[in-house]
Design a binder for this molecule. Structure first.
Ligand SMILES: *Cc1c(COP(=O)(O)O)cnc(C)c1O
Length: 430
């Protein structure tokens, strides 16, 4: 295959400082950004404005599932753009209907609502829950500590981490947090006002922690018993990243009694559009018609461009067997990280996660001499060193770094990535 590496426009070439100055002057400083200005990409490679190449194992935070500048995605996007871009949800169009059909086909009978982001998909689930419980005066949603559900006002209220709430009180009422993977804690938290339970299949921002099969099955039974909706946030762990369409399908494989497990609502975004902003939530029968005409909406949701791209992403993932690739390379990273933990136990504690949602748990900062001098968390310092060595990854909290690469990462690239991680680890251990 001929490598097409677009030349970066002259205005940004070698202009990292100028770009950062633009941000300093004109962009709201709500993000703690790394000192990198990226110019272009191809597959799992990215180039910064100075021409340095990086292997990208962060995937834009689990988004670019079929790789950067994917030519098939670019073709689907431009073909749709030449045909029709936007009509609003006042009218019907084929791509939205076909994309909903794809999602339902991978889950179970139900219906899909389209929006533009993960936080917005979860907003839809909160509204679904409120509508469901409204006539009985039930509205409260139980979520997990260490969860992450987005940055809207309801999203930060739902999220079980104080750092996202700080400064934005009073919190929107109606959310209660309990420890993750702790079924008795959920049972104890249920009140007459409770209407739903919301969890991530694999907690992402909270540190790459999968739910256990027993927890999922226990939640299903508990929700049935108490007439609660079981809602799952599949924004980060979904879309084939764990080796199945949704993480619960992977986690429950071969588990007795799990054949019929389903949540009642499920949110999606990130990998769904490979970087084209699109979110969605699926509602299981018999709740699929709860949000009737006039109850929920968004101007851009399910627009032609997003749906055309998401359909192409589905097609590529299935045609190329990328779920199987996610499983295979997930195992490869997992085994590689176990070996690194044995070799360098002060620096790396071990792997976490499922499929290509990989966490690397780092040793305590004070046990890594090179980290002790800085007040930055171990995860940030490790990620910075990986950048210097040409590898992009994503921190989660203070102790964990995440690999959330494209699902079409090659074995060669995975091997290269692990080698870079080992070289940085070895230096820190020395
Ligand atoms: C990223 C994320 C969200 C928020 O998605 P946005 O598109 O950033 O709004 C919600 N839930 C989980 C689990 C996420 O990882």
């Amino acid at each position: 295959m001929k490598e097409i590496v677009p030349e970066s426009p002259a205005i940004v070439r070698n202009q990292q400082v100028a770009i950062q100055q633009l941000f300093q002057q004109y962009v709201v400083p709500s993000y703690g950004r790394f000192e990198l200005a990226i110019s272009h990409g191809q597959g799992s490679q990215l180039w910064d404005v100075n021409g340095k190449r990086y292997l990208d194992l962060g995937g834009g935070i689990a988004v670019t599932s079929v790789g950067h500048a994917n030519p098939e995605i670019a073709d689907a996007l431009s073909a749709q753009a030449r045909k029709l871009v936007h009509i609003s949800n006042l009218y019907y169009h084929e791509p939205q209907g076909r994309l909903a059909q794809q999602i339902v086909k991978h889950l179970a009978p139900g219906k899909v609502f389209f929006c533009n982001s993960g936080a917005e998909a979860n907003e839809g689930l909160y509204k679904l829950a409120r509508k469901f419980g409204h006539d009985e005066g039930r509205f409260e949603i139980i979520t997990a500590l260490n969860s992450f559900h987005g940055r809207t006002l309801a999203g930060i209220a739902a999220t079980g981490q104080d750092k996202v709430k700080k400064g934005f009180e009073p919190m929107m009422p109606g959310f209660k947090h309990v420890p993750f993977n702790d079924l008795p804690a959920v049972r104890a938290a249920i009140s007459p006002a409770t209407v739903a339970v919301l969890i991530e299949g694999v907690q992402g921002e909270g540190g790459v922690t999968p739910a256990t099969a027993a927890y999922l099955l226990g939640l299903r039974a508990l929700c049935d018993e108490k007439k609660l909706l079981l809602l799952m946030d599949g924004v980060q762990c979904g879309h084939f990243r764990t080796g199945r369409f949704q993480s619960f399908q992977r986690m429950l494989e071969g588990v007795p009694g799990a054949e019929k497990f389903l949540p009642d609502g499920l949110s999606m975004a990130k990998s769904l559009g490979n970087g084209f902003p699109i979110g969605a939530f699926w509602i299981r029968e018999p709740y699929a018609d709860l949000l009737g005409a006039g109850t929920h909406g968004t101007t851009y949701g399910g627009n032609l461009l997003g749906c055309a791209v998401a359909l192409k992403v589905f097609e590529i993932i299935e045609r190329d067997g990328l779920a199987a690739n996610a499983r295979k390379l997930g195992e490869f990273f997992r085994n590689g990280i176990i070996a690194l933990a044995q070799k360098y136990p002060n620096v790396i504690k071990g792997p976490r996660g499922l499929g290509l949602m990989v966490g690397i748990e780092l040793g305590d900062k004070d046990r890594i001499a090179a980290f002790a001098g800085s007040d930055k968390p171990a995860a940030t310092q490790f990620v910075n060193r990986l950048h210097e060595a040409g590898l992009l990854t994503v921190p989660a909290g203070t102790q964990i770094i995440r690999l959330l690469p494209a699902l079409n990462l090659s074995q060669t690239e995975a091997t290269e990535g692990l080698k870079i991680i080992e070289s940085v680890t070895a230096k820190l251990a020395a």
